[in-house]
Design a protein around this ligand. Structure first.
Ligand SMILES: *Cc1c(COP(=O)(O)O)cnc(C)c1O
Length: 307
């Protein structure tokens, strides 16, 4: 069975198993109703020839917080899952790649109430290049404002990465691609800019960088890292509501996320953004980010866990 991505081993419920043997029963509860939680983490080759996972502690902590929000108890400690992530990289001989921890509800009860079904955990890792393309990183991508709203904060809780919530993202992503764009930007139920389907949004206008406040967006680890790096460089970053037309008249708009890293947006809804190319702020922060993950900036070395 082809999974599109391949490797040798996957960590499943405490053991390293062969890639093709990491399978589940079709009556796995999460498969039916979407209650599961996951993370997306990246490991980078550093300039000194080693490999480092970016902000591993924060990602593992958020996995457990996502589970806690959803009343799921992960039957392994954070230390065990952290080790599993590092072991997965080694077992698959990856010096660079994407890591996907997933906690899901196994089979047993089949109603909405998951009963006493076991909470199961998998960790997989595979090579993954730029999520929105190498060209996107350099030239910027084209986005549209989605016709789908982000969930109201009391419908989908925004602090966790919950599997089922991503149906909303998938609807928006597919609509954007079918309409010829690279990504969708979603508005919240009040009509303000929320986030992209799996990335946070930043806007630059004059000397100010703005990003939507936390209530309707995921507390992105890349978002937090970029805010800190920008402030450390003396840039002004404010978290406040952004309207759709504020994006149109911005000097720059860019996205951040583990998968998308720092991706500029050159056009939204057929309106050119700024110069229609990667802007200077996006470029400076993007280069700063790639310096950090490659171990070229000692200031942020505590963000790296060497494999
Ligand atoms: C994962 C994700 C992000 C980005 O978060 P990172 O921690 O930077 O990877 C942003 N928005 C959504 C909806 C996400 O799922």
């Amino acid at each position: 069975m082809s999974t599109g991505v391949t490797g040798e081993k996957i960590w499943l419920d405490g053991e390293m198993v062969a890639w093709d043997e990491a399978q589940v029963h079709v009556l796995t509860h999460t498969l039916h109703y979407g209650l599961g939680v996951f993370e997306g983490i990246r490991c980078y080759r550093t300039d000194d020839g080693r490999s480092a996972v970016f902000r591993l502690t924060e990602h593992v902590k958020r996995l457990y917080e996502s589970a806690h929000i959803n009343l799921m108890e992960i039957p392994f400690s954070q230390e065990v899952v952290t080790d599993a992530i590092l072991d997965c990289l080694r077992a698959n001989h990856l010096d660079e790649g994407y890591i996907r921890p997933l906690a899901f509800i196994g089979s047993g009860a089949m109603g909405l109430h998951p009963g006493a079904n076991p909470v199961r955990v998998a960790v997989a890792a595979w090579p993954w290049g730029a999520y929105l393309g190498e060209e996107g990183l350099e030239q910027g991508i084209r986005a549209k404002i989605s016709t789908f709203s982000r969930h109201h904060v009391n419908a989908k809780m925004t602090k966790g990465k919950t599997c089922g919530d991503y149906v909303n993202s998938i609807l928006a992503k597919r609509e954007a691609l079918l309409d010829g764009y690279d990504e969708a930007i979603m508005l919240d139920t009040e009509g303000l800019v929320s986030e992209a389907t799996g990335e946070n949004v930043f806007v630059v206008r004059g000397d100010v960088i703005k990003t939507p406040p936390l209530p309707t967006v995921l507390d992105g680890i890349t978002r937090a890292s970029l805010i800190q790096m920008a402030r450390d460089k003396g840039m002004t970053v404010v978290e406040s509501g952004i309207t759709r037309d504020e994006l149109y008249v911005a000097d720059e708009v860019f996205l951040t996320g583990t998968a998308a890293e720092v991706t500029p947006i050159r056009e939204i809804d057929h309106r050119k953004i700024g110069s229609g190319r990667r802007g200077p702020v996006a470029q400076e922060l993007q280069e700063g980010f790639f310096d950090v993950v490659a171990g070229r900036n000692a200031t942020y070395e505590s963000w790296l866990t060497f494999v």
